[in-house]
Design a protein around this ligand. Structure first.
Ligand code: PRP
Ligand code: URA
Length: 209
């Protein structure tokens, strides 16, 4: 079973509260989503490998550490995942960005794929799969399936808000992929929206309905 990390850092929780607020408009919503994504990425990358190097300070040589090993790829699930990408890139500017386009069919609630473009060397990269909402888990499960079919070996899932149902479905399908989330909410409603959640993430980011 994969690990579930609930990121309870005060900065993350404070920004999440502002994001949830129904009175937060698209401009602030977008900015807050980027900011919280940067803080979450800080936690998601906590176990990246480092190697020791020697650096010359004004006072002489110092043994110090730099990132080593695998390179990173950020893969947002369109559309709402896009809202988290800039924030993560602020922390990891050298990461490559892939895109997976999926939407939930409103009738069946099944994910429908419409786009997939990934870095060619995805198999050699640590992949951070990004979506603000893990509701039924259908979209995240399908996206992780695509990534694995294209050769991804090492994936982490980063979601702002998760429902217990989505966590269970994702862990059952991808027990090798750790989940990082800022909140585990109560349940899904009859339309598979997370309660209390934040509403429709894509619509709030882009002002659609
Ligand atoms: C939302 C959200 C996830 C998905 C979560 O996207 O961004 O991708 O729903 O639901 P699930 O866990 O039940 O699959 P949506 O399909 O609304 O598309 P959008 O981002 O384009 O608005
Ligand atoms: N997608 C969203 O944007 N919000 C939810 O609560 C569930 C799925």
């Amino acid at each position: 079973m994969s690990n579930l990390y609930v990121l309870n850092h005060p900065m993350i929780q404070h920004k999440l509260t502002l994001i949830r607020d129904k009175n937060t408009g698209p401009k602030d919503f977008r900015e807050l989503m980027e900011e919280v994504a940067m803080f979450m990425a800080y936690e998601v990358t906590r176990d990246l490998a480092v190697e020791q190097v020697e650096v010359e300070t004004p006072m002489g040589p110092a043994k110090s550490y730099v990132l080593a090993g695998k390179k990173l790829a950020i893969v947002p699930i369109l559309r709402a995942g896009l809202g988290m990408v800039e924030g993560i890139l602020r922390l990891i500017p050298a990461a490559k960005v892939g895109h997976i386009g999926l939407y939930r069919d409103p009738e069946t609630l099944e994910p429908v794929e419409y786009f997939c473009k990934l870095p060619v060397d995805i198999g050699e990269r640590e992949v951070i799969l990004v979506d603000p909402m893990l509701a039924t888990g259908g979209s995240a499960v399908a996206a992780a399936n695509f990534l694995k079919k294209r050769g991804a070996q090492s994936i982490k899932l980063m979601c702002l808000i998760s429902a217990p149902e989505g966590i269970e479905a994702f862990q059952a399908a991808h027990p090798d992929v750790d989940i990082f989330t800022a909140a585990v909410d109560k349940c899904l409603n009859e339309h598979a929206y997370i309660v209390p959640g934040l509403g429709d993430a894509g619509d709030r980011l882009y002002g659609t309905r």
